[in-house]
Structures are given as structure tokens and as C-alpha cells.
Design a protein. Sequence first.
Length: 303
Amino acid sequence: MTRRIAVLNQKGGVGKTTTTVNLAAALAREGHRTLVLDLDPQAHATLHLGLMPGRSGPSLYEVLTQGLPLADVRRQVADDLFVCGSHIDLAAAEVELIGTVGREVILRDQLAADEESYEFVLMDCPPSLGILTLNALCAAREVFIPLQAHFLALHGLSKLLETIHLVSKRVNRDLRVSGVVLCLYESGTRLGAEVVEDLEKFFEARKRAPSSPWSEAEVFRSRIRRNIRLAECPSFGQSIFQYAPSSRGASDYASLAGEIQGRAPSGTWAAADRPAAPAEPDSDGEVPAAGRPAGDPASAPAA
């Protein structure tokens, strides 16, 4: 059965697109046919995978508003990796579909009518809870929530879970939250460890309510550490595995891909939440946050 996964958080800048693209690339590298659906009008996943919005043919805008088949939009960008791109016009779909009956299940029906089969379908959702996100939630069976280990990133989690609960109750009874992906993670900070602890307690408490769509959710053990290579690769239209295959960003997403397939996380994640001692620059030319002198920009590479 195809695993349809919506990568969703209504807060921007938490790693949704980075996770969608690089997790899809990791799965494709293992030989799994994988499709990326870019539902964000900003089209960052489309750009990340080397396509130019508006120059690479029609987009999901035509799929949602004009009934164009996915086959006419889909492009192959690597072995076993395909993408249905986005365009800024997709922002108009929110308004154009207001009077359309069944507007929330258009994408689900298009996927059902598609003759191609995939092992994984990953949907990059916009940072909002509008009709585009609703289409993703109605088409998906799982939700991954990328989250930065900060208080403000946690603040909107309850509202997001409430929306998922309503969709699962009224439209898509198969929808489940599989887990939280911690992005831009810094293991050397006390705050990171505290946020992880709070998240684990939250989901553990919800496991007592088997009817909720997040009763089986977990905080994935694979952490996506802060990594300058992950920030650089979109400007080259490449995944992290094409741009810097030996970087820790590639290692982290390869570990996550293995974990969602049931394999134990690779790396040293058993100690990932323990504050680390100051460190030397790693192979990516970066010093972990705990080892930077005060005043250094968090994202700047070491000299």
C-alpha cells in the first residue's frame, strides 16, 4: 500500500520543505518509487528539486482548478523520484475553489485516478490551514510534523492537532499523525532537551485515548541537526544527497528514511539529547552551537 504522507506545520521556517525534499530523495536512493506533491504556492520544493515554476509545464494549480491529470504535471528529477510542481498561481486556488462542491477531496480523487503507482507520496503543505492543506489531509494517511525545538514552535501544535482531529473525524478516518521530526536541532542546548521531553510526555499521555489520530504518534529518534549544507543545496536545485552526500544533513535524512521504514536510527541518537561539550568544526566546516563563542551567528560556518 502506498504511504501518503502530509508534511505539515502551520508555522513557517521549521523545515517542512527541507524535510519533504530530502526525505523523498533518501527514500528514492533506496529504490522506492517516490512522488513529491508541492502544494505550497511559494514553490520551494519545486525549486529545490531543480524545476523552474512556470517554465517546467503546468502545475498543481491546473490539477486542482481545471481537473488536469497528475500525469500531465509529473516530472522525473532523479531515479525513482518524481515531482508535481507548484506555481504562485496556486495561491488563487483558495479563492477559485470556494464554490466548488467537494473541493477538499480533489487531490484525493486525482491520486486515485492516477495510473502510476508509488511506494511513498510526500506532500509539502503551505504554512496555513486553508483549502490546499485540507486537500493534503484528505488525500494523506499519515502526517509528519516538522518542529523546531523552541517554545514558539510548540505554541501552535495544539491548534494543528485539533485541525487534524476534525479532518479525521469528518472526512478522512484513515488519517493518523505518525510523528514529529525535530529540525534545526542543537543537541548541546538545555532547551532542546526540555522540548523533546515535553513532546514525549505529551504524546505518551495521548496514547491512552486510542480514538485520537495521534494515539500512535512518536517523536522520531532521528534528529535533523542544524547544517549549513542543508541551507545551501536548494540554491543549486539539488537534494542534500546530490549536493553534499557526506554531510551530516545527508546522514540525518538517511537515518530518518530508515526509521520510518522500521529500522533502528543510525548514528549516535541515544545520546542526542545530552548536552555536548564544546567541539571542533565538523566535516561540514561548522562548529555546533554549544561550541561557538558568544555573539557568533548560529548559522555561520566556521572560518
